[in-house]
Design a protein around this ligand. Structure first.
Ligand SMILES: [Zn+2]
Length: 187
């Protein structure tokens, strides 16, 4: 397995529609394994293919130590509301309150291509909605009010200028990967 680079805000692939997976191949399994490793190293609870520069319609998720992959996921039911702080591995250090459905039922395929459904509430429901958004080019900052979005983007630009970072790729350092702290709001 290997750590993948994480694409950050500004990378065009984060805004593109993904392509449904039609065949389960060894290459796809390799991608899924590497995405899990990268998500754990980055202390996230979800990671979508576009975040590692890939166009396949899939995301990996691990909320409460229950890892699973969703291939070609679709929200078939959404109800209720929850509001909470969200972050994204592709927009490090930026957080904002996002309103999501409290409960979703998602239909997807597992790593062997078998269909399954997950019925989720609260944090898992939030994570599923965030990861499925990624597969359609949507980011959590899109849900912020204009004022809050401008403030978040200004903070983001400032941090990047300070780092002198003009690339759209985030390489995980061994120190980051070795740390044990997991942030529940990073998806
Ligand atoms: Zn994200």
């Amino acid at each position: 397995m290997s750590l993948l680079d994480i694409y950050v805000l500004g990378a065009p692939i984060l805004r593109q529609e993904t392509i449904p997976v039609t065949t389960i191949t060894p290459d796809l399994h390799q991608l899924i394994d590497n995405m899990f490793e990268t998500m754990y190293a980055a202390k996230g609870i979800g990671l979508a293919a576009p975040q590692v520069g890939r166009a396949e319609q899939l995301s990996v998720i691990d909320v409460d130590e229950h890892p699973f992959v969703i291939i070609n996921p679709e929200i078939v039911l959404a109800e209720g509301k929850q509001k909470g702080e969200e972050g994204c591995l592709s927009i490090p250090d930026i957080y904002g309150d996002v309103e999501r459905a409290m409960r979703v039922v998602v239909r997807a395929q597992d790593r062997d291509g078998q269909p399954f459904e997950v019925d989720a509430n609260e944090l898992l429901a939030r994570c599923l909605q965030h990861e499925i958004d990624h597969l359609h080019g949507r980011l959590f900052i899109d849900y912020l009010s204009l004022v809050k979005r401008r403030a978040a983007l200004a903070k983001w630009e400032k941090a990047r200028q300070k780092d002198g970072d003009r690339s759209h790729v985030r390489k995980l350092t061994p120190e980051e990967a070795a740390g044990s702290h997991r942030r529940d709001e990073e998806l």
